[in-house]
Design a protein around this ligand. Structure first.
Ligand SMILES: Cc1cc2nc3c(=O)[nH]c(=O)nc-3n(C[C@H](O)[C@H](O)[C@H](O)COP(=O)(O)OP(=O)(O)OC[C@H]3O[C@@H](n4cnc5c(N)ncnc54)[C@H](O)[C@@H]3O)c2cc1C
Length: 423
């Protein structure tokens, strides 16, 4: 017999540790099992948007990061469009906030320690290799090597590969997207802003991004997102190819910068059909809670974790752990963020098909005031609904610019090709 907990959570990334923190607030006995030992790295772009910052604030982690100088608010930067239009702005004044950069090796440990400090039992170096539900006893047996734990409810937060959920048959396929990461040494580059996304034509809907850390190191990464020409096996070629050949990226980095070798990791995008079962919930990347347009998932890992904790608190109150009751978790995630995933997927396909739309966005943003840029940024960060794209202030100039770009980039060159032939 192992120790018996109310909830066993597998994986102490942002999803698992945040879920543990919320559950422990309600005197639920939580076991948080992590295969690594903190501090542990996680390959990531390190961009943490305001929706995630709010959870960090509640946990006291945001203040710790600020006090220790471990995060940097991204107040300058923007994006570079496929034809090379640089749309850079100062976003310090955006009332909705700005993303911040923080190394995952720092942030993830701070979240896990916050969960521990409110009563969750964190066991590091505990790689869970098997989970079995005993229907008669209504308990999970969770095995990590020779150690065995028991819990009333199991929460799987083991990341994009969802190995345990796949072993249970609840998740069937592998993750679809991939992203690289490499740090550039501080003091060796010429990067002047805090963060820029490079929307390269052949990479769309994926993109490359650079975010500055407070110690002047840069996080460079390249996302390959389904819907365009690039496929996961292209990752290395794209990662190094952009550094080599993208003239704007080269100019921003300067010559002589020192960059570490590329690492990469998978992303599971856009949700999974079912993220619950009897006495079981799946959260974070394991549940595919990553935006199919941006590849960002820390905010949904934390929001989904809070929804999971709420569902479980109610489950313990009424004593119901059947999958019908726990399906409330998936419904809550759908209401809060997952309903946007299909639209985000469509938007990413549209962007890959018509890169001119991204050029038009850059042109309009450069012509307009900060308010326009903030309105666009708020939609991208999930601070404002997608329907705000239909507001005349955004929709009219964007529609006009898109038509102009499509005509200039697609129709005029066609005419030029036809006319000499006619002559
Ligand atoms: C290269 C890259 C760049 C990205 N950039 C961004 C970005 O800039 N901003 C953003 O918001 N999102 C980004 N993402 C997505 C983001 O990293 C994830 O959405 C986020 O980490 C999800 O948190 P999680 O807790 O679900 O999973 P993870 O952070 O992967 O944590 C899972 C944890 O489970 C542990 N674990 C796994 N298996 C077991 C096991 N069997 N037993 C015990 N423990 C186990 C792991 O060690 C890990 O600690 C990026 C992803 C990649 C790959």
């Amino acid at each position: 017999m192992g120790d018996l907990y109310d909830v066993a959570i597998v994986g102490a990334g942002p999803a698992g540790a945040t879920c543990a923190w919320y559950l422990a607030q309600h005197d639920i006995e939580v076991l948080l099992l992590e295969k690594a030992k903190f501090p542990r790295d996680k390959f990531c772009g390190d961009a943490v948007i305001p929706r995630a910052q709010r959870h960090l604030q509640r946990m006291g982690v945001l203040q710790q990061l600020i006090d220790a100088g471990e995060c940097l608010f991204t107040t300058s930067g923007g994006f570079v469009s496929p034809t090379g239009i640089e749309c850079l702005s100062d976003s310090a004044e955006n009332p909705s906030g700005t993303p911040m950069s923080v190394k995952r090796i720092i942030m993830d440990e701070r979240i896990a320690r916050a969960a521990q400090s409110v009563g969750a039992e964190l066991v590091e170096e505990a790689a869970v290799d098997k989970v079995v539900f005993d229907e008669r006893a209504g308990r999970w047996a969770v095995r990590s090597g020779s150690r065995r734990f028991e819990a009333r409810v199991l929460v799987l937060a083991d990341g994009a590969q969802s190995k345990l959920a796949r072993s249970l048959g609840i998740v069937q396929d592998g993750p679809q997207a991939i992203c690289s990461r490499a740090f550039v040494d501080g003091g060796t580059h010429d990067f002047e802003t805090d963060g820029i996304c490079y929307m390269e034509r052949d990479l769309l809907p994926g993109y490359a991004a650079i975010f500055r850390h407070p110690n002047d190191e840069l996080n460079y990464c390249a996302y390959i997102i389904p819907g365009g020409k690039a496929v996961p096996s292209d990752l290395k070629a794209i990662h190094y190819g952009l550094l080599e050949n993208n003239p704007i990226l080269r100019r921003h980095l300067g010559s002589g910068y020192q960059i570490e070798p590329m690492r990469g990791a998978w992303l599971r995008l856009g949700g999974i059909p079912k993220s619950y079962g009897d006495s079981l919930l799946i959260v974070g990347d394991a549940a595919g809670h990553i935006d199919p347009l941006t590849g960002e998932g820390i905010q949904f890992a934390m929001e989904g974790a809070e929804r999971a904790a709420e569902t479980l608190v109610e489950a313990f109150r009424v004593g119901r752990f059947d999958e019908r009751f726990l399906s409330a978790y998936q419904d809550a995630c759908h209401r809060e963020f997952a309903h946007k995933f299909p639209l985000a997927r469509k938007a990413s396909e549209l962007m890959a098909r018509y890169p001119e739309l991204v050029d038009s966005m850059a042109r309009v943003a450069n012509e307009r005031d900060d308010e326009f840029f903030f309105a666009w940024a708020d939609i991208m960060m999930g601070e404002a609904p997608w329907s705000h794209f239909l507001k005349p202030k955004l929709a009219l100039p964007l529609a006009a610019a898109s038509i102009r770009e499509l005509v200039t980039q697609r129709l005029l060159p066609l005419g030029q090709r036809v006319l000499p032939g006619r002559a």
